[in-house]
Every structure is written in structure tokens, then in C-alpha cells.
Design a protein around this ligand. Structure first.
Ligand code: GAL
Length: 408
């Protein structure tokens, strides 16, 4: 029987994601719960088909430390392409059509691993953790013991810390038996980046024929430890490097958000978005109300003076998949909907992008992309009133987020 991490339920659709089921079954032979799940014991005809091809793999370069990295290409029957790399279990490319059927890569990123190791990389497309977002002053206590983490975002801990943050490690890849899914795995040893427990993780990317890119996360530990995993993709639905996202229309399924101090640490309050520039319950362009367009007088945006950088409390029940966000580029007609079982989403409007050069020589300007990071609330480990982020031995952390692409 699978022990589910509180607040989260792993929803495993029956046949649609059977390629992932097969990959996870292969990877997780030791998981005690696999036979409890009727879906996971269902053999997948596609994966057992002789001659089925794995995702194509290519060299992604050597890290500074001399480790080899690879990139895998996922394709669906409609021509969508996603590329994922072993470095940081990173989503590197995502090619989706506009309303005329023209494909473009909508993600910020770099051509090879050297770009991802450079300071210009602001977690582009990476798997972030062990605890994504911020932990105040890099400190927390658990079971009577004090832990100190790197304060790599002075004065706070950000996205898992220093050189051994998940986004900076080379993960092991196992492609599914078709070209539509890859599972990355990594074990972070006890004490790495200051976190307790040997934490074993799997992240599976699946590109479905329904134009959904699904990311499934799983983790187990041998000591109680905080866990909060997300993907840090930067989207520009007009094409990465095509200008700002100020004209993108955003809807967020959130009545409330978590206000912060000046260092982006939540005060612990949960406040309504109503009457603030953070009210995206109906679609607004991102540029409508960013601070330098007259909305800076509210307390809500003072904490993120250069634009949006806030955690929204998603409506509906955490642990159940529901719509979190909808992003539309009116020019191209590209639409992305995000579904998740997580309690929160960080909406970050690319305020620290600085015109760095990325894939194919493209530049990524200030507010040139948007991140919509599904997650537990920032600094959750220090706030008893926020959803629990502690994973205990014997439990399995499971969560999934789906990005669904369409046009209108
Ligand atoms: C976001 C965070 C921002 C910034 C960014 C990385 O997740 O909310 O404040 O740190 O990552 O540059």
C-alpha cells in the first residue's frame, strides 16, 4: 500500500499515460505499492510492441567536472517535440504550434550543458529542490534539531542551494519503450546541501498525443526531511527570445496569495487577491498592472518591485488535479493550461532576466518569459499553517503537473 505524502495524491490516468506507468514499473520494482494500483499492473501494448523506439538521445556536452550529459527527444503524433536533459533533469526545448500550425520553441534555455552551468542560467527549465523557492535565512528545525542551509539568495536559501542543488546535478535517464517518456532518477545523500536523509527521487516527463506535457515526481527518504519539487520552465508563447510576455493573458485559479517581506519570505498570512493587482481570476495581460504601470502603490507589489513574483494559493483541493493557470499569447493564439495537485503556484514574470544569450543566439530580456511553478508554499517548513512539506521514512512523495497546449 502506498503511503501518500499529506496534501498530495498521485493521480495516474489509466491508459493515457501508460508509457509512464511502464517506465515507473520498470524503475520502481522495489516500491511496495505497485501491485495495489490496478492501472499500473495493466500491460501497455505500446511498450511491449517489438521494434518500438525509445526517445532519441544525443550528447549534451561534458560538465566542468568532466561528467557526460545527454539530451532526449520526445515526440507526439501531432509533431510536438520536447527535449529533456540529464543535467538538472531539465526541460530544454518545447516546440508547439500556433493557430496557423507554425511550430516554435517556447522555452528559455541553452544549446548545451555549458550554458546551464553558467551564471546566466536562472534555473531555466530545471528540476528545482530539494526544496524549491525560499527558506528564510536557510534555517529550519525538525524533530528538535536545527538545520542550516546555504544562503545562496542573500539572506535566504533558494531552490535547493549551491553546487549540489538538484538543478546542478547529472541525473540518470531511463527512456520508456516509445519516444514519448523519459524517467530521470537521482539519490541525494544524507546531509547534501545541509538537508537530512538519503532522498531518492524520480522525475518523469511524458509528452502525450493529447498535446499534454506531464511531469510526475516521486521521492522517498530514510529520515524526515522537507521536500518541495517543481519545474522552473520559462515560457514565452510567442517563441523564446521574441520579446516580453507583457501582452500574454494570464488567468490564475486563486482567490488568495501569501504576502511576503522584502526578501520574498512569506509573512505567514494568507490574503485575498481581490482588489489587488494580483487578481487574475479573470484573464488580464501580465503588463496591465505591473508595478511600473501604476500598480506599485499597493503593499502587494512592493515586495516584488520589478514585477510579479508571488505564491498563489490555488483554489480547490490540494492533492487533486485541477486547473491552476491559463496563459495565452493573443498574437500567435498559443494557449497553455496548467493542471496540478499542488497547493500553490509561484507566478514569476521574469524580473531578473537580464538579456542573456541563449539557444541559437536568442536573447532573453527583462520580463521576456514567465514561470508558473507549481509547488508547496515558500518557506513552508517554517510555517505551521502552510501545507506540510515534511516527507517521512515509509511515505512516498508523489505529485504531478500537466501542461496542456492548444490554440484559439
Ligand atoms: C523564481 C523566484 C524568483 C527568482 C527566480 C530565479 O522561482 O520566485 O524570485 O529567484 O526563481 O531567478
Amino acid at each position: 500500500m502506498c503511503i501518500i505524502f499529506p496534501m498530495q495524491t498521485y493521480l495516474f490516468p489509466a491508459l493515457k499515460y501508460s508509457a509512464v506507468a511502464a517506465a515507473l514499473l520498470f524503475m520502481n520494482a522495489c516500491l511496495p505499492d505497485q501491485n495495489d494500483d490496478p492501472d499500473s499492473s495493466d500491460p501497455d501494448p505500446k511498450t511491449s510492441e517489438p521494434g518500438a523506439e525509445n526517445a532519441a538521445t544525443a550528447d549534451f556536452g561534458k560538465t566542468k567536472a568532466g561528467e557526460s550529459t545527454e539530451i532526449y527527444t520526445l515526440k507526439n503524433k501531432n509533431g510536438l517535440i520536447a527535449k529533456v536533459a540529464t543535467y538538472g533533469a531539465t526541460l530544454v526545448e518545447l516546440h508547439i504550434p500556433d493557430k496557423e500550425g507554425n511550430f516554435v520553441d517556447v522555452l528559455n534555455g541553452f544549446d548545451d550543458v555549458s550554458g546551464y552551468e553558467d551564471d546566466d542560467n536562472q534555473y531555466f527549465g530545471s528540476t528545482t529542490g530539494r526544496v524549491c523557492n525560499r527558506i528564510a535565512k536557510g534555517e529550519f528545525s525538525l524533530d528538535g534539531k536545527e538545520y542550516t542551509l546555504a544562503t545562496n539568495n542573500d539572506p535566504n536559501h533558494l531552490h535547493g542551494g549551491g553546487d549540489k542543488a538538484l538543478s546542478k546535478q547529472v541525473w540518470k535517464a531511463v527512456p520508456a519503450s516509445d519516444a514519448q517518456a523519459v524517467t530521470f532518477s537521482l539519490t541525494s545523500p544524507d546531509g547534501e546541501e545541509g538537508y537530512p536523509g538519503n532522498l531518492s527521487m524520480k522525475v518523469t516527463y511524458t509528452l502525450g498525443d493529447d498535446n499534454e506535457l506531464r511531469i510526475d515526481y516521486e521521492a522517498t527518504t530514510d529520515k524526515a526531511t522537507p521536500v518541495n519539487l517543481t519545474n522552473h520552465a520559462y515560457f514565452n508563447l510567442g517563441g523564446a527570445g521574441s520579446g516580453t510576455v507583457l501582452d500574454h493573458e494570464l488567468t490564475l485559479n486563486a482567490d488568495n496569495y501569501t504576502p511576503t517581506d522584502d526578501t520574498l519570505i512569506p509573512t505567514g498570512k494568507i490574503e485575498p487577491v481581490e482588489g489587488t493587482p494580483l487578481d487574475f481570476r479573470k484573464a488580464h495581460t501580465i503588463g496591465d498592472r505591473v508595478p511600473d504601470k501604476g500598480a506599485s502603490k499597493t503593499d502587494d507589489c512592493k515586495t516584488a518591485p520589478k514585477g510579479y513574483d508571488h505564491n498563489f494559493v490555488l483554489n480547490g483541493k490540494a492533492g487533486e488535479q485541477r486547473l491552476a493557470a491559463r496563459l495565452k499569447d493573443p498574437k500567435s493564439g498559443r494557449v497553455m493550461e496548467i493542471y496540478t495537485d499542488q497547493p500553490g503556484i509561484q507566478f514569476y514574470s521574469g524580473n531578473f532576466l537580464k538579456g542573456q544569450t541563449g539557444k541559437g543566439g536568442k536573447t532573453y530580456p527583462f520580463r521576456g518569459a514567465v514561470c508558473l511553478e507549481t509547488q508547496h508554499f515558500p518557506d513552508g517548513v517554517n510555517h505551521d499553517n502552510f501545507p506540510n512539506t515534511i516527507l517521512k521514512p515509509g511515505e512516498t512523495y508523489k505529485t504531478s503537473t500537466v501542461h496542456k497546449f492548444s490554440t484559439e
